[in-house]
Design a protein around this ligand. Structure first.
Ligand code: C5P
Length: 223
């Protein structure tokens, strides 16, 4: 299988404080990212929104999700102001998981993410490859997990709250398929960085998960 362009670590990507959060779909990393950023006075970037925006551009234009040239063109035209919760539909998430396997697209999006991360006072980035590829020198790395069943339940409740009721069994099947795709792709597969702190949120509500994450960050900073 052809490997994508090599993405190397920048010489000093972490002058500002960076918290890298990775994990599978609906693990709670987005909510944790937002709350940790507010707590520590940092900016927050949900990097999944970037892949979702590219996927939406391809879907809207009727291009196949594997179309490299149009995916790269969409990445070049990316408007950061449009990275918002309107991209959070289940269908766009599924499409993003296909688009994000294109190595050239991932390489094209590295600079935007690193620039965001390294600007003062620092940032919390959440995604799939933040601790492994985008910010390998992040001060703190978290890998947030939960069982597929717990994540499917959460995602179903979240969609219902947004007025988009969904069948939990279908969501569970999609989550399992998406995990498989994200973990087994050649380019920047989802996996914990060797120095990531694992946080399993299966039996934690968001407040408990947040407290656990704050403890991890504070202990890491104290070291
Ligand atoms: O996190 P979210 O569910 O919004 O991500 C949508 C998809 O985008 C993921 O399933 C994954 O395939 C892709 N993604 C990625 N790398 C990131 C963030 C998201 O490949 N840093």
């Amino acid at each position: 299988m052809p490997r994508g362009p090599t993405i190397t670590a920048p010489p000093n990507p972490c002058a500002a404080m960076i918290i890298a959060i990775d994990g599978p779909a609906a693990s709670g990393k987005g909510t944790l990212g937002k709350r940790l950023a507010a707590h520590f006075g940092l900016r927050h970037l949900d990097t999944g929104l970037i892949y979702r925006a590219v996927a939406k551009a391809l879907l809207d234009a009727g291009h196949p999700l594997e179309d490299r040239a149009h995916a790269l063109a969409a990445a070049r035209q990316l408007d950061p102001a449009c990275l918002d919760d309107r991209l959070k539909s289940h269908a766009i998430g599924e499409a993003a998981s296909v688009v994000s396997a294109i190595p050239e697209l991932r390489a094209a999006l590295v600079a935007f993410q690193r620039d965001f991360a390294s600007a003062a006072p620092g940032a919390v980035l959440d995604g799939r490859d933040i601790g492994t590829m985008i910010c390998p020198n992040a001060e703190v790395k978290l890998f947030v997990t939960a069982t597929p069943q717990a994540r499917a339940r959460r995602r179903t409740l979240e969609l219902a709250a947004r007025g988009a009721p969904a069948d939990e069994a279908t969501i569970l099947a999609d989550i399992i398929r998406r995990d498989e795709r994200d973990m087994n792709r050649a380019a920047a597969p989802l996996k914990p960085a060797a120095d990531a702190h694992l946080l399993d949120t299966t039996h934690l509500d968001i407040d408990a998960a947040f407290r656990a994450a704050v403890d991890i960050v504070e202990a890491a900073r104290a070291r």
